[in-house]
Ligand binder design. Sequence first.
Ligand code: F6R
Length: 618
Amino acid sequence: MCGIVGYIGSRRVVPVLLEGLKRLEYRGYDSAGLVYLSKNGLVKHRAAGKLVNLETKLDQVRETASHIGLGHTRWATHGSPSELNAHPHSDCNGELVVVHNGIIENYHTLREELQADGHVFKSETDTEVLAHLIEEALPLSRNNLPAAVRRALKKVRGSYAIGVLWTGAPDQLVAVRSQSPLVLGIQENEGGGSLLASDIPALLPYTRKVVFLDDQEMAILRADGFEVRSLASGRKINKEIKTIDWNPAMAEKAGYTHFMLKEIFEQPQAIMNTFRGRVEPETGQICLPELDLSDREIKKLNRISLVACGSSWHAALVAKYWLEKWVGIPVEVDIASEFRYRRLILNENVLVVPISQSGETADTLAAMCLALQKDAKVVAICNVLGSTITREAHGTIYTHAGPEIGVASTKAFICQLVALYLLTLYLAQVRGVMSASQRQTMIESLVELPPMLERELPGWQEEMGRLAEHFVKSRDFLFLGRGENFPIALEGALKLKEISYIHAEGYAAGEMKHGPIALIDRDMPVLALAPQNGVYEKLIANVEEVKARHGRLILLGSRGDRDLARLTPHVIYLPVVMPDLNPILYTIPLQLLAYEVARLRGCDVDQPRNLAKSVTVE
Ligand code: F6R
């Protein structure tokens, strides 16, 4: 986790670092720190807690005219979230500093060795060993900083993206990437300088020209340019400069009280962006050239394996229903952290689909690497351009949700569903198992969703706001669904618990009588997803069982279904769409319910406690 940022150029460095850290705070917010080079050496400021604490500290500091520095926002892995453990970390003399995102697996041994050599450690972090290792390597590398960094990292095992600044090389920053993301920002005008960051939003106020570092690459940044070298050989590598078309305003709140709310309201547009250019409603054709699989390879597939974590796993669970129904291939769905620890039977006729908003989730990445080793075909579904997963997979279906800043996944989840729906239609098309007219109907229904959501969203927010007032004091919450809506019950429960801290569980409604029904009493809210589909009557029977035990029922059902009001005063009516699309439709009111409850409870909606946006550690 953690976010790192660095700058060298003609601007004053402190505001650049602070702005960058603000945009990376979603990656972790246990503590923050920055360092810059002044006439008198390195000046470090650090604070426990959110970035605002660091900003408050800096208010009392005289303005500095420094033009080179590094910043860090931390999500603790080794050592408590204290000021002492906040980055940057220094060598013995305070002449060299390191910021780091990742985990140094052999830090304990390295630390003991360094201590035996007389190095004194000030923090409990794994990161600090890096500063001391580089300090040791400098004299052995003729005080050449890039060479010393290379020498030091030969001893290190683990994942890292690092930035290094040394008083002996005041005209350069050195950055290295090994399994943790790092992107360079390239000056667009004379003197604009060079930047490094864990993610693109930190660069957008200054440049749209970026270079994605690959694993085992080192960058040397100067005020007038940069070079990239291989970490192993030191040889120069030519890198492609990419242009990012997000503008800075796309990463702002645009007038909403929280990023999460803004991102919920962006969903109609995000859905359109995800299917645009990939569907032809007139002919029923789907185009997904980015899959990079030949028709022959697709026809030979005999299994699909979906791997993901959290909300992305819920998207995979929905896709299982779609793929098995329409493509007729068996589908396995795994939580990525479990996938790696069972016997995997994979080969070139299995399609493995890692699903990840960030493209950096460590477990999903590791699961994907295993699948690649076993020769499976790998097509990722991902939101972040150039992220690690997209670079390793054979092909990627980008979700085009745009930057998602709120820690709870909303528009990224919905766009994952859209991408998986497109994948279903495409595989069915290539394998010749679905008629063009059926595909046409399904595409038309998808295309009708964004304007429908646009119309519904304001009303849903009001209704969910009222519902939230009723249930804000609840201690627990149950969500029920059946069929393709069962994963949405899981997603509704996850959204509520992660941002409001109310204990919530999602269940397949038919499972209630196998245990959970014992929880039902007059205080237990039970929200059931009850669209009129093939399992409607069975679901209503389960709901009756809850009612008979005086559970506090909330129903989300089809507009025009008069029966629901008989069961409870709390009914939310949704438009009728084809059953396959209900998971997309029914998720959105649940996002709003979680949002409204969390807001009423005064929770930090965009940055819930203990969480981070991208989970780059196992
Ligand atoms: C929940 C949430 C998480 C993520 C999970 C996977 O709202 O956001 O459960 O879905 O951490 O993250 P990605 O999709 O980036 O791999």
